[in-house]
Unconditional design. Sequence first.
Length: 470
Amino acid sequence: MKPFLLLLLFVTLPLITQARDVYGLSALPAPHESLVDCQLGVPPDRFEVHVSCGNYSAEELIVTDYFVSDFSFYSGLLNGDLVINEFMASNATTAADQDGEFDDWIELYNNTEAAISLTGFFLTDDVDNLAKWAFPTGTAIAPDGYLIIWADGDTDQAGLHAGFGLSGGGETLLLVGPDGAIVDSVTYVDQQADISHGRFPNGTGDFQDMDATFNAENTEGITDPTDPELMVSALAGDLVVNEFMASNDATVADQDGEFDDWIELHNNTDAAISLAGFFLTDDIDELTKWTLPAGTAIAAGGYLIIWADGDTDQDGLHADFSLSAGGETLLLLDADGALVDSVTYTEQTADISHGRFPNGTGGFKDMTPTFNAENSDGIVSTRYPTLGGVELTLFPNPSAGLINVQLAQAYAGDLRFRLFATDGRMLRETILGQGGTELSIDATALPDGTYLLSLTDGWATNTHKVVVRR
């Protein structure tokens, strides 16, 4: 399948310069007759551009410049097809490289029936340096195949050895496409020696601590982060931790008007599930830390909010612990003490939730909160690169009507601004064209409250909090 991307090409002929918007790899009609038959093609197995225009030869055409305005190119093409499948950040005795060294390792998996070339791809553990280690030219991963990269810094050794090691204390690992788009990523916390962290089910599921399956399919030998004997509940996958917020400054208040941490569960089944005697905990050494009260249930296809605030004397469901904004592990266990679901996260941003997308089944991502409702596609990434070179002022903030945006200087490309409600609904969308420095967003019809303003150039994203108050 040929990829889809948007290119702005500047094609030069003698005394002619014509800007062309090209969609789906075929040119739009051009106003100048000399360029009517321009075509843009990409071979299915290579990522390079071929341009032809009418009777002009390739030697007569000069592509003077181009701008890729859809930086989700590789993320869209390979989304879910090529994944980080498993890794080990503390390898004491599990598997040795060709020199007999027990180093960190990363396993990729190809979910497709076709080989994927990795020429031009990168691995990194630094979101500020996405091109930290490049795959050697000619590297490929076989259909339905696995590929091991040793993360040891020993780039002079034979085979695939990345120029960095993994931190046993936790960090973010990213697989990056040739255009700089994120193909896959995983954020993790403290790792145990000889316990890997991998996707289950293999190639598609969430990351879980497990018995290592080096260069092979991840099996059901799932372990708890610290207790390999912890059983997995029969409700795993049916009942999930769907979303949470560990730093709630102004998103949603409980019945007493307090902006506390919250946890959202979701029932993926068509039947109600009793939660009487179930447990929530943020302490893997105290699995029964807080018990859901007798009579608690979650409706078929429904959602349930638990406030994590320690205020157990308040009405409703209030766990006796708070979530750490600095990162920890949250676990849900059934009445028998078997693991239903868990999520391990790192530092959180105020009023940005961490939830599953697609709703109820996908991996965890930073997102615009969708409190007690389906997680929408209004995702705001705070793990991917922030948008550099954009200094702006929002005024007035709080606003009673228009929200004015003033850039300190013009940006090199178009910027898309989207205003989200805290339930994930996109309320406003506008484009600030290349060279522009000012725009206004009409909030006069919006109710008082907190909103999130996202701006993106198609790849990197920044998010700002906006308050409407009259």
